[in-house]
Every structure is written in C-alpha cells, then in structure tokens.
Design a protein around this ligand. Structure first.
Ligand SMILES: [Zn+2]
Length: 161
C-alpha cells in the first residue's frame, strides 16, 4: 500500500476570533495555522500536504452553537396552511434561526415553516430551509433547522466572519 490519505478525515476546530484553522498532521504531529480566507469556500473537506511529505484529509468543523446577530429581511411560510408572512431574521446559527415575524400567520411551537432570506454578503446567497418552531417569546421566534445534516456551506462560511 502506498502512503494514502486516511479514509477518515481529521476534524479541526475553527477559531472564530482569528479566522484560522490549525491543522495537525496525523503522521508527524506538525501543526500549521491556515487562514480561512485562503481556503476554497466551496469545499468543506480538503487534502493537505504536510512538510513531512505526507498527505492527510481534513475537515472543517463549524461550531453549531455559534450564533451570529444579524438583521436580514425574509419570508416564512407555514407548511400546514401555506400562509406566508414577512420576517426579520435576528440571529442565525448552523442549527437554526431566530426571527421576528412582522406580518403573517401566527406560529406555535412544533409548527413546520419554510424560511427564506438572503445573507448580507457580496454574493447575497439565498438560504431556504425548513425549520421547526421551538419557542416564542415577546415577538421573538426561535426555530431549528429540520435537516442539520445538509450543512449549508454558505451559512457555514457566513458564520465564520
Ligand atoms: Zn507531517
């Protein structure tokens, strides 16, 4: 067997403050910090060549609990009735969103809702996800993405900066 990339990629945490990820070679232990903006934002998984000459696969770990305060306009649609409303997304994380509905149907915990909004980055990518309403408190709605496995890379990179 030639030296190969380990099948299981190594998962490395991202440092939000410095916007770097520190990779550690599983073969020799050498570490290197890489600025996130040097990485291809379309890839979550990438191969790294260490100075020891060996390669390994690495995988970025987006912190699911990291919550970013935002103010993004969007729409929501209650799946049970198809009624739609306007909302302002006020926080976003990889696990869900918090929003303030401004017009539209009332929401209850357990409701399934489609949300769509655009990120305020240069390319303004649209995020369209199904969420489950978790809690309501004084006009603030907390909602969780129903499918967190389908990690949204645009959202992931958005949360890193
Ligand atoms: Zn190495």
């Amino acid at each position: 067997m030639p030296q190969s990339i380990p099948i299981q990629p190594q998962v490395f945490p991202i440092d939000q403050d410095t916007a770097t990820v520190t990779l550690v070679c599983p073969h020799c232990g050498h570490d290197q910090a890489i600025a996130l903006n040097r990485l291809d934002s379309n890839k979550k998984l990438f191969g790294v060549k260490c100075h020891c000459g060996r390669k390994y696969a690495s995988c970025l770990e987006f912190r699911r609990d990291f919550r970013k305060d935002v103010e993004l306009q969007g729409v929501y649609e209650l799946e049970s009735s198809g009624q739609a409303g306007l909302m302002t997304v006020v926080d976003v994380s990889l696990s869900g969103v918090g929003f303030h509905p401004s017009q539209g149907p009332e929401l209850d915990p357990g409701d399934l809702v489609k949300v769509s909004f655009r990120l305020d980055t240069r390319t303004t990518p649209e995020i369209k996800r199904q969420v489950e309403i978790m809690n309501l408190h004084q006009g603030h709605v907390g909602a969780r993405f129903t499918n967190v496995e389908g990690l949204n890379k645009e959202l992931g990179f958005y949360l890193m900066y």
